[in-house]
Design a protein around this ligand. Structure first.
Ligand code: V0V
Ligand code: CO
Length: 140
Protein backbone atom coordinates (compact mmCIF):
# COMPACT_ATOMS: atom_id res chain seq x y z
CA UNK A 1 0.00 0.00 0.00
CA UNK A 2 2.81 2.43 0.94
CA UNK A 3 5.27 3.29 -1.82
CA UNK A 4 7.65 5.52 0.10
CA UNK A 5 7.92 7.99 2.96
CA UNK A 6 6.67 11.19 1.30
CA UNK A 7 7.53 13.54 4.12
CA UNK A 8 8.23 14.06 7.80
CA UNK A 9 6.19 17.00 9.13
CA UNK A 10 7.94 19.12 11.76
CA UNK A 11 6.07 21.68 13.87
CA UNK A 12 7.84 24.96 14.55
CA UNK A 13 7.15 28.46 15.86
CA UNK A 14 9.20 30.34 13.27
CA UNK A 15 9.12 28.92 9.74
CA UNK A 16 11.80 31.20 8.30
CA UNK A 17 14.26 30.40 11.10
CA UNK A 18 13.71 26.65 10.72
CA UNK A 19 14.03 26.79 6.92
CA UNK A 20 17.40 28.46 7.40
CA UNK A 21 18.48 25.90 10.00
CA UNK A 22 17.49 22.85 7.92
CA UNK A 23 18.72 24.24 4.60
CA UNK A 24 22.12 25.19 6.00
CA UNK A 25 22.68 22.24 8.33
CA UNK A 26 21.60 19.51 5.91
CA UNK A 27 22.25 21.30 2.59
CA UNK A 28 18.58 20.98 1.58
CA UNK A 29 16.67 23.14 -0.90
CA UNK A 30 13.18 24.56 -0.47
CA UNK A 31 11.12 23.37 -3.45
CA UNK A 32 7.66 24.63 -2.43
CA UNK A 33 5.99 27.00 0.02
CA UNK A 34 2.28 27.24 0.69
CA UNK A 35 -0.32 28.63 3.04
CA UNK A 36 -3.03 26.00 3.61
CA UNK A 37 -5.97 27.71 5.32
CA UNK A 38 -7.99 24.51 5.64
CA UNK A 39 -5.15 22.81 7.57
CA UNK A 40 -4.22 25.99 9.45
CA UNK A 41 -0.57 25.99 8.38
CA UNK A 42 2.10 27.93 6.59
CA UNK A 43 4.56 25.35 5.28
CA UNK A 44 7.71 24.70 3.29
CA UNK A 45 8.89 21.52 1.56
CA UNK A 46 12.62 20.73 1.51
CA UNK A 47 13.64 18.04 -0.94
CA UNK A 48 15.59 15.11 0.51
CA UNK A 49 15.46 12.60 -2.36
CA UNK A 50 13.88 12.54 -5.80
CA UNK A 51 12.32 9.35 -7.14
CA UNK A 52 10.29 8.10 -10.10
CA UNK A 53 7.16 7.67 -7.96
CA UNK A 54 7.59 11.03 -6.20
CA UNK A 55 10.06 12.70 -3.87
CA UNK A 56 10.79 12.54 -0.17
CA UNK A 57 10.73 15.76 1.82
CA UNK A 58 11.01 17.46 5.16
CA UNK A 59 7.85 19.52 5.68
CA UNK A 60 8.26 22.48 8.05
CA UNK A 61 4.97 23.66 9.57
CA UNK A 62 4.13 26.92 11.31
CA UNK A 63 0.57 27.27 12.65
CA UNK A 64 -1.73 30.02 11.38
CA UNK A 65 -3.46 30.13 14.78
CA UNK A 66 -3.10 28.62 18.29
CA UNK A 67 -6.31 26.57 17.89
CA UNK A 68 -5.16 24.82 14.68
CA UNK A 69 -3.79 21.23 14.84
CA UNK A 70 -0.17 22.39 14.73
CA UNK A 71 -0.85 25.30 17.13
CA UNK A 72 -2.33 22.91 19.70
CA UNK A 73 0.53 20.46 19.21
CA UNK A 74 3.12 23.19 19.85
CA UNK A 75 1.35 24.32 23.02
CA UNK A 76 1.14 20.75 24.33
CA UNK A 77 4.41 19.22 23.17
CA UNK A 78 6.65 21.98 21.80
CA UNK A 79 8.59 21.88 18.54
CA UNK A 80 9.36 18.54 16.92
CA UNK A 81 8.08 15.76 14.67
CA UNK A 82 4.33 16.25 14.15
CA UNK A 83 3.47 13.61 11.55
CA UNK A 84 4.82 11.08 9.08
CA UNK A 85 3.35 10.98 5.56
CA UNK A 86 3.37 7.92 3.32
CA UNK A 87 3.00 7.99 -0.46
CA UNK A 88 0.10 5.88 -1.76
CA UNK A 89 -1.03 5.32 -5.37
CA UNK A 90 -4.69 6.22 -4.63
CA UNK A 91 -5.58 8.02 -1.40
CA UNK A 92 -9.34 7.25 -1.52
CA UNK A 93 -8.60 3.56 -2.00
CA UNK A 94 -6.05 3.57 0.85
CA UNK A 95 -8.62 5.33 3.12
CA UNK A 96 -11.21 2.63 2.35
CA UNK A 97 -8.79 -0.22 3.02
CA UNK A 98 -7.32 1.26 6.22
CA UNK A 99 -10.72 2.42 7.53
CA UNK A 100 -12.10 -1.10 7.01
CA UNK A 101 -9.45 -2.34 9.47
CA UNK A 102 -10.93 -0.17 12.23
CA UNK A 103 -8.44 2.70 12.12
CA UNK A 104 -10.17 6.09 12.57
CA UNK A 105 -9.85 8.40 9.59
CA UNK A 106 -9.62 12.09 10.53
CA UNK A 107 -10.95 13.07 7.09
CA UNK A 108 -14.14 11.86 5.45
CA UNK A 109 -12.72 12.58 2.02
CA UNK A 110 -9.30 13.47 0.57
CA UNK A 111 -8.16 17.07 1.21
CA UNK A 112 -5.93 19.44 -0.66
CA UNK A 113 -2.28 18.96 0.31
CA UNK A 114 0.97 20.59 -0.61
CA UNK A 115 2.19 20.71 -4.24
CA UNK A 116 -1.20 19.64 -5.62
CA UNK A 117 -1.34 16.42 -3.60
CA UNK A 118 -4.44 14.73 -2.17
CA UNK A 119 -4.10 13.90 1.53
CA UNK A 120 -5.88 12.27 4.46
CA UNK A 121 -4.93 11.76 8.12
CA UNK A 122 -5.26 8.74 10.42
CA UNK A 123 -5.84 9.04 14.17
CA UNK A 124 -2.50 8.75 16.00
CA UNK A 125 -4.03 6.69 18.82
CA UNK A 126 -5.01 3.92 16.35
CA UNK A 127 -1.56 3.59 14.78
CA UNK A 128 0.91 3.42 17.63
CA UNK A 129 0.88 7.11 18.61
CA UNK A 130 2.10 8.47 15.27
CA UNK A 131 -0.08 10.99 13.44
CA UNK A 132 -0.07 9.43 9.97
CA UNK A 133 -0.82 11.14 6.66
CA UNK A 134 -1.60 9.45 3.36
CA UNK A 135 -0.38 11.32 0.27
CA UNK A 136 -1.31 10.86 -3.36
CA UNK A 137 1.17 13.03 -5.22
CA UNK A 138 -0.05 15.23 -8.06
CA UNK A 139 0.34 13.66 -11.48
CA UNK A 140 3.22 15.13 -13.45
C1 V0V B 1 -2.34 14.86 19.04
N1 V0V B 1 -1.92 13.67 19.51
C2 V0V B 1 -0.87 13.29 18.80
C3 V0V B 1 -0.64 14.33 17.85
N2 V0V B 1 -1.59 15.27 18.03
N3 V0V B 1 -0.11 12.19 18.85
C4 V0V B 1 0.91 12.10 17.98
N4 V0V B 1 1.19 13.06 17.04
C5 V0V B 1 0.44 14.17 16.97
N5 V0V B 1 0.72 15.10 16.05
C6 V0V B 1 -2.51 12.91 20.61
C7 V0V B 1 -2.70 13.78 21.83
O1 V0V B 1 -1.54 13.78 22.62
C8 V0V B 1 -3.86 13.13 22.52
O2 V0V B 1 -3.42 12.05 23.29
C9 V0V B 1 -4.70 12.58 21.38
O3 V0V B 1 -3.80 12.47 20.26
C10 V0V B 1 -5.83 13.51 20.99
O4 V0V B 1 -5.28 14.77 20.83
P1 V0V B 1 -5.97 16.11 21.33
O5 V0V B 1 -4.92 17.04 21.76
O6 V0V B 1 -7.03 15.79 22.29
O7 V0V B 1 -6.73 16.54 20.05
P2 V0V B 1 -6.45 17.65 19.02
O8 V0V B 1 -7.64 18.52 19.03
O9 V0V B 1 -5.11 18.29 19.23
O10 V0V B 1 -6.42 16.83 17.67
C11 V0V B 1 -5.40 15.93 17.35
C12 V0V B 1 -5.64 15.48 15.88
C13 V0V B 1 -5.60 16.75 15.01
C14 V0V B 1 -4.51 14.51 15.53
C15 V0V B 1 -6.99 14.79 15.80
O11 V0V B 1 -4.34 17.40 15.17
C16 V0V B 1 -5.85 16.51 13.54
O12 V0V B 1 -6.99 16.35 13.11
N6 V0V B 1 -4.77 16.47 12.70
C17 V0V B 1 -4.88 16.26 11.27
C18 V0V B 1 -4.68 17.54 10.47
C19 V0V B 1 -3.31 18.14 10.67
O13 V0V B 1 -2.56 17.79 11.58
N7 V0V B 1 -2.96 19.16 9.78
C20 V0V B 1 -1.70 19.87 9.88
C21 V0V B 1 -0.69 19.35 8.93
P3 V0V B 1 -3.67 11.95 24.86
O14 V0V B 1 -3.09 13.21 25.44
O15 V0V B 1 -5.16 11.88 24.98
O16 V0V B 1 -2.98 10.69 25.28
S1 V0V B 1 -1.11 19.85 7.28
C22 V0V B 1 -0.15 18.95 6.18
O17 V0V B 1 0.61 18.03 6.63
C23 V0V B 1 -0.26 19.27 4.80
C24 V0V B 1 -1.08 20.40 4.31
C25 V0V B 1 0.45 18.47 3.78
O18 V0V B 1 1.20 17.56 4.11
O19 V0V B 1 0.25 18.73 2.57
CO1 CO C 1 2.04 16.80 5.86
Amino acid sequence: MFMRIDHIGIACHDLEAKIKLFAETFELTVVAREVNEEQGVKEAMLLVADGAGGGSYIQLLEPLSPDSPVGKFLAKRGEGVHHVAFGVPDVADAMDKIGAKGVRLLDERPRHGTMGSQIAFLHPKDVGGMLTELVQAARP
